[in-house]
Design a protein around this ligand. Sequence first.
Ligand code: IMP
Length: 431
Amino acid sequence: MSSRVQVLVGAQWGDEGKGRVVDVLARDVDVVVRYQGGANAGHTVIADGRTHVFHLLPSGMLYPNRTCVIGSGLVIDPDQFKSELNGLDPQPESINTRLVVSYGAHIVMPYHKKLDALSEGARSQRGGSVIGTTGRGIGPCYVDKYARLGIRAEDLVSPSSLKEKLRANVDDKGKIFEKIYGEPAPDFDELYALAAKWGKMLAPYLGDSTLEIDAAYSAGKNILFEGAQGTMLDVDHGTYPFVTSSSCVAGGAAIGGAIGPGRIDKVIGVSKAYCTRVGSGPFPTEETGSVGDHLRKKGSEFGVTTGRPRRCGWLDLVALNYAVKVSGINSIVLTKLDILSGLDDIKVCVAYKMGGKEYSAFPSSATMIGQAEPVYKTLTPWKEDISGARAFGDLPEKARDYVRFIEEATSVKIGMIGVGPGREDTIITGF
Ligand code: IMP
């Protein structure tokens, strides 16, 4: 029996509805792995009438008997981890046998959160644009990872290593806090006690995620890699510097999830039927008037991690095509198609105007993307409520045309369509 490996990525600016897609796909997989990011993510799953929000745990946790892995590419907030585990209801028996936290995942310390806030404050004082981070300490934690100063999950259960690394960090952050920001240095004893407490809590879940995933692959198990955030927030390929600090694209699964790229069978890109973004940065199809208000209200577009209203706009096919290329997406899931019902007209962006010229490809220059003006094609709207559709043929003709238009523009088949928030509000057209 051969293993089937799928990677699921956000094809926009995050919040595409990946949690709910993972929840649907998890029926047929044995292992679900998160490979990047941290508690900045907010994956919502509505199952059996209950809403579950996961920031750190893989969305596959709702199914019994699935192994869930937090890979070494993540940055973990242990308090958040604990509160999500406690929130699982009913508490699955022996959860530690099916949840593995990589020894190599990095730990978000209180000083990372403080630095996140201080550096956003400094940006604003300099008169520059703030990134609009989630304030979860993500950027500063990844900074320490790449500076090789970071505290990893394994250190929490090794007192000597924890002491040595924590001393170095308290020293380093103490200087930054006092000399740059005029703030008190972090307290070693306080942090050590907290980290040791976290170590006790995390110990039953710690494991070698690389070996775990390889063993699952060799045993012919089906593995799903669950991306967080989205292509346009990827640190290398997104709208830098208005990005997160990890690799959200499919390649990130190979690195932070420990799957050899040659083992990946399928890359699924999740896109809303329109676009949203939270935080600052370029968003060419943003609608600040009544259309944006309609999408925000009808689509409940408020961040699940920060509660911030999301910026809303039309579907951007230039950006979607870019995501298809960067991640090698070979199947698209289109979510929230129902939110477009009832609009007077529907537009999709098919090109950008930059410097007086029209381009159909997404630019990798941050300066250019900042100047991009959308070129729209207007499509015929539909008025019908489509939330009860369960097969492609149940959709009104104009909604089907919309789906086909996206397939033609991207040359990728749409395998699943979301028509409502619940597990069952899904049209599966072919996976
Ligand atoms: P950070 O990841 O908290 O550093 O935030 C960096 C940028 O990514 C900000 O614009 C955030 O709003 C955005 N961001 C981070 N996580 C998510 C997410 O899960 N969905 C949407 N935007 C996100």
